[in-house]
Ligand binder design. Structure first.
Ligand code: PAF
Length: 274
C-alpha cells in the first residue's frame, strides 16, 4: 500500500495507474468499523483509495476541530489490513492549493437539520469533496447513510459535475448497543456511551408510533423530554422526506427521522428510515 501526501505525488500516482477503475473513500481518519464497511463496499477489482483529511472548512467551532480524534498511524495499519491500495493524506497546506470554485450553489436542503446550526459546514464539505473528485476522478465513491444530509449533498455534486461517478450508499454500522459508530464516540467515557444507546431506542420508538398513525409533533415533545431527562441535549429531532428534507405532511413513505444531540458536549447524529 502506498501513502501519498502531496498533490504532485498524487497526480504522478494517478498517471501511473490510469488504466484502473478507482473507488474513493473520503474520510477524516480515526477509522472505525463504519469506515471499514465503506472500504468493504468498494466494487471488486477497483483500486481503493482512502483519503484522510480533517477538513477545517467544515468545522464551525475551532475547539471541535482541535479536539477531533486523530490516529494516523493506526489508520494506515487498518487501511493495509483492509486491502486499500493507496492512502492520500494531505498535510495542512492542502487548503492553500484547492480550487475555490466560482459556481457554488448549495441546494436548499443544506439549510435544514445540521445546516441550521452548523454555519458553513456543508460549504466546507462541498469544497473538499468536489476537489477530491476533481483531482482523483474516481469511478465510485463510498459514503455512509449515517451522514444522510451529507450523502444527499454528495449525490448532488456527483449528478451536477461528475456524470461517470457512481456514489455507493453504505448502511450505518452500529455497535452491540445499536449506537451508530462515529469517530466522536472516542471522546465519550463508558457511562456516556451507555447514554448514547438511548438515541437509537428513541428513533425506533418514534418509527413504530408513526407507523401506528400517531402525530409526530406530539411524539416529538415526549421523546425530547425523555432524552433530556437522561441528560441528552437535543439539537433537533425531525421527521423529514428523504429527498428534500422538508417536513413530512401526509405521506410517510420515503421519509426518515433525523436526530442531532449532545452527550457531555459531544455532538452525535443518527437517523432511521420509516
Ligand atoms: O464524512 C466525513 O468524514 C467528511 O465529512 C468527509 C466526507 C470526508 C469530507 O471531509
Amino acid at each position: 500500500m502506498e501513502s501519498i501526501s502531496s498533490i504532485k505525488d498524487l497526480h504522478k500516482y494517478l498517471e501511473l495507474n490510469s488504466n484502473k477503475k478507482i473507488t474513493l473513500i473520503p474520510t477524516m481518519g480515526n477509522l472505525h468499523k463504519g469506515h471499514l464497511e465503506l472500504i468493504g463496499q468498494a466494487p471488486a477489482n477497483t483500486h481503493k483509495i482512502v483519503s484522510i483529511y480533517v477538513n477545517k472548512l467544515q468545522f464551525n467551532n475551532s475547539d471541535d476541530y482541535d479536539s477531533y480524534p486523530r490516529s494516523i498511524n493506526l489508520d494506515i495499519e487498518k487501511c493495509k489490513d483492509n486491502n486499500v491500495d493507496m492512502v492520500f493524506m494531505p498535510d495542512d497546506s492542502f487548503l492553500e492549493n484547492i480550487n475555490e470554485y466560482e459556481d457554488i450553489h448549495l441546494p436548499e436542503f443544506t439549510n435544514h437539520l445540521c445546516g441550521k446550526t452548523r454555519d458553513s459546514h456543508f460549504l466546507g464539505v462541498y469544497k473538499i469533496v468536489r476537489n477530491l473528485f476533481d483531482m482523483i476522478k474516481p469511478n465510485y465513491a463510498c459514503f455512509g447513510i449515517k451522514d444522510y444530509q451529507q450523502l444527499l449533498l454528495i449525490k448532488f455534486i456527483a449528478s451536477k459535475y461528475f456524470p461517470n461517478l457512481e456514489i455507493i450508499e453504505v448502511d450505518t454500522v452500529r455497535n452491540k448497543e445499536k449506537i451508530a459508530l462515529s469517530s466522536r464516540l472516542n471522546k465519550l467515557d463508558k457511562k456516556a456511551i451507555l447514554k448514547a444507546a438511548n438515541i437509537y431506542i428513541c428513533l425506533t420508538s418514534i418509527k413504530q408510533k408513526i407507523i401506528d398513525g400517531k402525530d409526530f409533533n406530539i411524539i416529538r415533545d415526549e421523546e425530547i423530554q425523555n432524552l433530556e431527562s437522561k441528560n441528552i441535549k437535543v439539537e433537533y429531532l425531525e421527521h423529514r422526506t428523504n429527498t428534500t428534507l422538508n417536513p413530512v405532511k401526509q405521506d410517510i413513505s420515503d421519509t426518515s427521522i433525523f436526530i442531532a444531540c449532545f452527550i457531555d458536549n459531544v455532538r452525535l447524529i443518527d437517523n432511521i428510515q420509516i
